[in-house]
Design a protein around this ligand. Structure first.
Ligand SMILES: Nc1ncnc2c1ncn2[C@@H]1O[C@H](COP(=O)(O)OP(=O)(O)OP(=O)(O)O)[C@@H](O)[C@H]1O
Length: 935
């Protein structure tokens, strides 16, 4: 049987497979495409003109020019004609086209042209918005560059995955995404091939299991781009990159998958349909009513069609998609890359955040502050520290039992910050660790296991002995120890020692320090072959405890306070000690002195009902020494209570919990690729504060979508009511607005202000109100009541009032004819134009009212949305052009109003906005802090 991967002579053995200098690729192209990666390794390496030491940097650059970047070609460019066509064939557009056909049959070619223009304009607009949204989402990839570790010039280097070339030797670790097809050189792995094969169970891959038959994807010595490593470590030589990989071949065959629709988009689509149906119903009712009121059939049909066209909200959906996409793009700039548009709305309703401690609440920059030795406590750097042989032994053991790389001139340290701190300790104690020597001396490694919470290595030492070094959480290391190191020599570890050690550990932990126990076991000569982990990690000699600080990030306390104000609870789920975690949580403002601390074993002992009861309570809980499975249980229990859960994670084992939470949050800096892929949101700065900022952004985008909907729903009432009055009065009161005038509002004056509302900044108090309940629709009763029942009714009264006043001033009274040729014709057109401009004025007032759902306009400042001011300026210019341009007047049925008529409608914006301002003030007064904006 082949030795396990950790038994290889070194972790990334820079062991030459075949000493052959790298060859200039330009002198003979690498036969990458033709080389069968399953041939004997020597032949594969020869054809790829490489060695187990990897390529030289210059050679890699040359190959990059020859082979191109390691990325999949985009196939989207040819899809746009189809996407544009889709805009004309979706059901709402078809409904409008049917209306256009009816208008043609009814003998109104102008209306037909207008409706077709509406459809074309809408399609163009929607298409442009969707393209923009797609580009915004695609641009996110730049925020999450994929990285790969390679040997270049014999050194381990991190490069962009796009820079990988055939012949590169890649280093693959647990949690990595594999970025190119590769033949394993040595090591063993388990890989998740589900992206290629759909098979979700991990498959074993090993450098030592040659496979020359069967399908390529089943070959045991090959790994493929797009898959992930779930367990193990290996090196492999890249055999194919970019479109030549198996993933590339599949991508070349398949189309890009369609973007999944978000719940918000589904809701809006349903609402759009409902409104379209209501509009069609209103149109049908109007038809007989209009005829009874004295209209000709063709005029009645025209108006019925006008009603439908005016109220079908066909532009709603793309605008909302764009608002979401813009929200996603803004968030990415702030450090949170959201992978699905729908996540942005879920984020806004988050009720619970379950966060890690290390790196999320804290800086993840460890520094050893104190060492506890059997003979007493010592701080790094003091004279006793340098003088003590036990310190040196502890520091050497701790330094050897690491995989991190220490800092060198010009290079920062890399790897686990806990280990980097231990390497720094070793250097300070005069036993600096040099990675090549460490790799050379290592015989076996039992890697860090999140359940065991410890790691061990078996190393050859200078004295010709072999030594097992173990470091890990004191709770898991102490039970394995039987002796205690001391100056004269080890002595048995007594029960009193254990009690004392536990007290010492608790004392450090209560100060928020992170603790590691360091222990050792020595063999004269060699340790027995084939030692299992359980065999090796026993009868250890405890060398001491190392306490490290990892300070809370300075901005976390503020973010926690904001989350609390926003009604969000925060539970800490950490692998660390309970007291340490509780102290860090306390410093961040999470929990109270009476908050429960539940350790892993305690959680395991809790039944589901007890866990549910615990989580249903008001407390914020510290889950300490927890396993990745604990996260899954917590996420499930919270979701069962209809909480909306954001859960952080970074390891491979966190992937199921990240999947299960409503918002899985992965760490972009310290997390594994597997966690990143399982998550919905990736923090590019690993900072807890960014999660809260993302929640805020989610709330803002959702709010803005509602503002936008409020605005475009409101105008339906002043448009429809005059028709109803006309019909109900049996034609005695003439119709103020023409169909084309209504279309001019929907598609001319309203569009830009509506879009600008979608970009409104966060309203004050946004994070002072409780989360939106799960499942509450974006269009709810409160929004409709405000749009139709309040703003709409006020606008309708004003519009109709202006019309009647203008008409009456010209001598009109009930029943007097205003049709073509009648003496009042011009006055009627002037009155109609006054009403129409009045409607535009009401919409300006509505726009200002819609800017806030709860706060007063003064709080956000009337001029703080310049796009809205620009949109309103356009709206006014457009409206005046329609009213005063001679060649447009006959088309739209307008006539220039008298100055006094303009003066009559000029205050309308203030009246509409002012009424809503008073309503909001009254609501603030009666309901206290904002609960339901727009309600
Ligand atoms: N590289 C390591 N080698 C050995 N032991 C470690 C190592 N890293 C952490 N430990 C021990 O395992 C414990 C759990 O570590 P883990 O990484 O699961 O959680 P954490 O980083 O402390 O906290 P969090 O889960 O909040 O990020 C630590 O408290 C420490 O005692």
């Amino acid at each position: 049987m082949s030795p396990p991967w950790w038994n290889s002579p070194s972790k990334y053995a820079a062991r030459p497979i075949e000493r052959r200098p790298p060859v200039d690729a330009t002198r003979g192209s690498v036969a990458e495409a033709d080389a069968d990666p399953r041939r004997p390794l020597e032949l594969v390496l020869r054809d790829l003109r490489t060695t187990g030491n990897g390529l030289g940097e210059r050679e890699a650059q040359r190959r990059l020019v020859v082979h191109g970047p390691n990325e999949l070609a985009r196939r989207g460019s040819r899809r746009w004609p189809r996407e544009l066509l889709d805009q004309f064939t979706h059901p709402l557009a078809l409904l409008l086209l049917v209306a256009a056909a009816l208008a043609w049959v009814a003998g109104t070619p102008v209306l037909t042209t207008a409706i077709v223009a509406v459809v074309v304009l809408n399609a163009a607009f929607a298409f442009a918005q969707e393209q923009q949204a797609e580009r915004a989402v695609e641009a996110l990839a730049a925020y999450l560059p994929s990285k790969a570790h390679v040997l270049r010039d014999g050194h381990r280097t991190e490069v962009d995955a796009t820079a990988l070339v055939p012949g590169d030797v890649v280093l693959i670790e647990e949690g990595d995404r594999i970025c190119a097809d590769a033949r394993l050189v040595h090591g063993e792995l388990e890989v998740d091939l589900s992206t290629l094969t759909g098979e979700s169970l991990p498959a074993a891959r090993s450098a030592d299991r040659l496979d020359t038959r069967g399908p390529l994807l089943d070959a045991h010595d090959l790994v493929f781009s797009g898959t992930t490593c779930t367990v193990g470590e290996a090196t492999g030589v890249v055999t194919a990159t970019g479109m030549r990989t198996e993933l590339g071949r599949i991508a070349a065959l398949s189309q890009r998958t369609a973007r999944a629709e978000s719940p918000l988009e589904r809701q809006v689509k349903r609402a759009a349909w409902l409104i379209a149906l209501v509009a069609a119903g209103a149109g049908l009712v109007f038809l007989p009513a209009g005829v009874l009121a004295g209209l000709s059939w063709s005029a009645a049909v025209t108006f019925a069609i006008g009603l439908i066209v005016a109220n079908v909200p066909e532009g709603l959906l793309p605008t909302i998609t764009l608002a979401l996409a813009v929200g996603v793009r803004d968030l990415a700039r702030r450090g949170a890359v959201v992978k699905r548009l729908s996540a942005i709305e879920t984020l806004g309703s988050t009720t619970v955040i379950c966060t890690d401690k290390t790196g999320t609440l804290t800086e993840n920059r460890m520094k050893v502050t104190t060492i506890w030795l059997p003979g007493g406590e010592v701080s790094p750097g003091v004279p006793e520290f340098h003088a003590s042989a036990v310190v040196r032994r502890l520091a050497a053991a701790a330094g050897a039992c690491t995989n991190a790389e220490p800092a060198t001139p010009g290079h920062q340290a890399t790897g686990d910050p806990t280990e980097v701190a231990l390497l720094e300790l070793a250097a300070l104690a005069g036993v600096a660790v040099e990675p090549t020597g460490r790799a050379r001396d290592r015989r076996t490694m039992f890697p860090f296991d999140p359940h065991l919470k410890r790691m061990s290595t078996l190393d050859r030492t200078a004295a010709g002995e072999e030594s097992l070094r173990t470091k890990g959480a004191p709770e898991t290391v102490l039970p394995l120890c039987t002796t205690l190191a001391g100056e004269p020599g080890p002595r048995p570890l007594t029960e009193q020692d254990r009690t004392r050690l536990r007290a010492v550990a608790d004392g450090y932990a209560a100060q928020g320090l992170r603790l590691l126990a360091i222990a050792e076991r020595r063999w004269e000569g060699s340790a027995p072959d084939g030692l299992t982990r359980a065999d090796a990690e026993r009868e250890l000699c405890l060398l001491g405890l190392v306490a490290m600080v990892d300070p809370p990030r300075p901005q976390v306390a503020g973010a926690v306070a904001r989350a609390h104000r926003a009604g969000i609870r925060i539970h800490v789920v950490s692998g660390d000690n309970g007291l340490t975690t509780a102290e860090i949580a306390r410093r961040c403002g999470i929990g109270s002195p009476t908050s429960p601390i539940i350790t892993g074993p305690e959680l395991d002992a809790l039944g589901e009902p007890e866990l549910d009861a615990l989580l249903a309570g008001p407390d914020e809980i510290v889950f300490a020494r927890s396993s990745p499975e604990a996260k899954l249980r917590i996420a499930d229990a919270l979701r069962a209570q209809r909480d909306v859960v954001a859960m952080t994670g970074d390891g491979v084992n966190d992937a199921p919990a990240l999947h299960r939470a409503d918002i899985g949050v992965a760490m972009g800096l310290s997390g594994t690729d597997v966690a990143r892929e399982a998550s919905t949101m990736v923090l590019t700065d690993d900072d807890f504060g960014t999660i809260v900022a993302a929640v805020e952004a989610g709330r803002r985008v959702y709010d803005n979508v509602r503002k936008f909907i409020l605005y475009i729903f409101t105008h339906a009432v002043p448009e429809v009511v005059p028709f109803l009055v006309f019909a109900l009065s049996g034609g005695a009161i003439p119709m103020p607005l023409t169909v084309l005038q209504i279309l001019a509002v929907d598609l001319g004056t309203d569009i830009l202000p509506a879009l600008a509302l979608g970009r409104e900044r966060a309203e004050p108090g946004l994070m002072d109100r409780p989360p939106r309940p799960r499942g509450r629709g974006v269009i709810d009763g409160a929004l409709l009541a405000r749009a139709w029942g309040f703003l709409g009714v006020i606008s309708a009264v004003l519009v109709l009032g202006a019309f009647l006043v203008a008409l009456a001033a010209a001598g009109w009274h009930l029943g007097v004819r205003t049709g073509p040729g009648s003496p009042l014709r011009h006055a009627y057109q002037q009155a109609g134009t006054t009403a129409w401009l009045g409607l535009v004025c009401c919409q300006i007032g509505t726009a200002f009212a819609a800017r806030t759902g709860h706060a007063s306009l003064r709080e956000i400042g009337p001029f703080s949305n310049p796009a809205l001011l620009g949109g309103i300026a356009f709206e006014i210019a457009f409206a005046l052009a329609l009213a005063y341009t001679p060649f447009l007047q006959p088309v739209f049925g307008t006539a220039a109003p008298e100055p006094w008529q303009l003066a009559l409608i000029a205050p309308f914006p203030v009246v509409v906005w002012g009424a809503d301002e008073l309503r909001r003030a009254w609501r603030r007064h009666t309901s206290g802090p904002a609960s339901h904006p727009h309600g």
